[in-house]
Design a protein around this ligand. Sequence first.
Ligand code: CA
Ligand code: CA
Length: 408
Amino acid sequence: MTNTASHSGTYSGLVSFRTAAWGSARQAVSLENRKTYRVSAWAKLASGSDTGRIVAELTIGGTNYYRTLASGTINSAGWSEIGGEYTFNETAPITSARIYVDTAASTANLYIDDLRAERIETNLVANSGFENGTTGWQAAGASISSSANDPLFGTVTGRVYARTDFWSSARQQLPLANEAAYRVSAWVRLASGSDTGRIMAAVTVNGTTQFRTLATGPVSASGWTEISGVYTFHEAAAITQALVYADTTSTTAELHVDNFRVVPLYTVVKNGGFENGTTNWTTIAGTGSASATSPHGGSYTGLVSGRSYYYSSLRQSVSFVNGQTYRISVWGKLASGTDTANLVAQIVVGGSTYYRTLATGTLGTGWSEIAGTYTFAESGPITSASIYLSTAASTADLYSDDYTIYPE
Ligand SMILES: [Ca+2]
Ligand SMILES: [Ca+2]
C-alpha cells in the first residue's frame, strides 16, 4: 500500500518491480459460475499508457483459467476507472478464485484503488422500474406513462391507464428462448378493485402468436403485491419474437407496475430433452435411446428398454455445489403399470459415494412430472455427481424427457 497517490481515502495499492504484465496484487474471492458480476477499479501507471484489466483467476477441476472481466485504458496522467459486467459461463463450478488488476503489456509500477466486484442478477427487462420514462416499453390496448404518484421503487412507477381490456398492458420485447427457464417477477397495484394479475409472454412460434402465463398472483388497490414464478418454455419450435407484460384476468382498472424482472436460469442438465439423441447420456443396466414415440416435449424422448433392475436408467454427469438449492423437474412414464419414481443424484463427497433423492413422484402410462426443490447439505464439496431417474421396483420400459435442474 502507498499513500503517495490514492484515488479515494488515504491509501491505494501499489505494485512495483513488476516483471510481467500480469504482475499484480491478488485477493481470494468467492465467484460463482453462471452469475453476473459488476466489477470496477481505479488504476494509474507510474509511466506510459496501456490497457488495464480486471482479471479473475479461476480454479476449476484443478486447472487455472484467466478471465478478463473488464478492461480500459490507463495511464500515468491520472486515475482511470475500469469497469463492466461479466457473466461466468464455465463448464463446471468454480472451486476457487482470485481477482486482480493487471496490464496488457506494460510493466510500469501500477497503482490500484477501490477494486470492487458485486454479484448482480441478469435482468433482461430494460428500464424495469420505469425510471427512464417509458423507454423500452410499448403500449397495447392502453396508454402508458411513468408516474410519480404511488412510487414503490425509485421515484416513479409504470402507469397503464385507459385500459380497454384485461390484456391492456405495457409490453417489452425480450430475447426469450424455447426450452429455457426464467425467473419472472413484477410488483403490481390496481387503481381500484381487485383481480388476478398475470405475468404473460406473447411468443411467436412458427409464425403464430402463443400466449403463455408465466406467473399469477392476486392484485388489488389496497397495496402493492409481487407476482413471481419460474417458467420454462416448451414450444413446438424456436421462439422468434417474445413480448412480456403484466396484465389482469378481467378488470380494466388502471394498472401500476414496477421492478419487472425476467432473469434467465441455467439448467445443469445438458440435452435434457433428448433432442440431440443420447448425447451427454449413458445407460446403466438396459438399452438407452432417444425415441420419437410420443415425446413429452420436442421430437424425442429418452427411453430405457430391457431394464434388468429398478435402477436401469439413462444417466448424466452434472455439477452440483454443496449448500446450493436446486429446482428440479423431469417428466416420465412407464410402458406398463405404475410405480414410484425417484430422480436420484449419485454424488462423491470426500471420496465416498452417496445417493440423494432430489425429487420423487408416481409414474404411470401417461406423462407425469417429478418435481421439487433440493438443497445439498453434505460434509464437504461434491467432487463429482450424476443424475438418473429410477423406479422403486418396476422394470417396465421407462420414458423420460425435459430434465431441468436450475440452481436457485
Ligand atoms: Ca420505479
Ligand atoms: Ca424431448
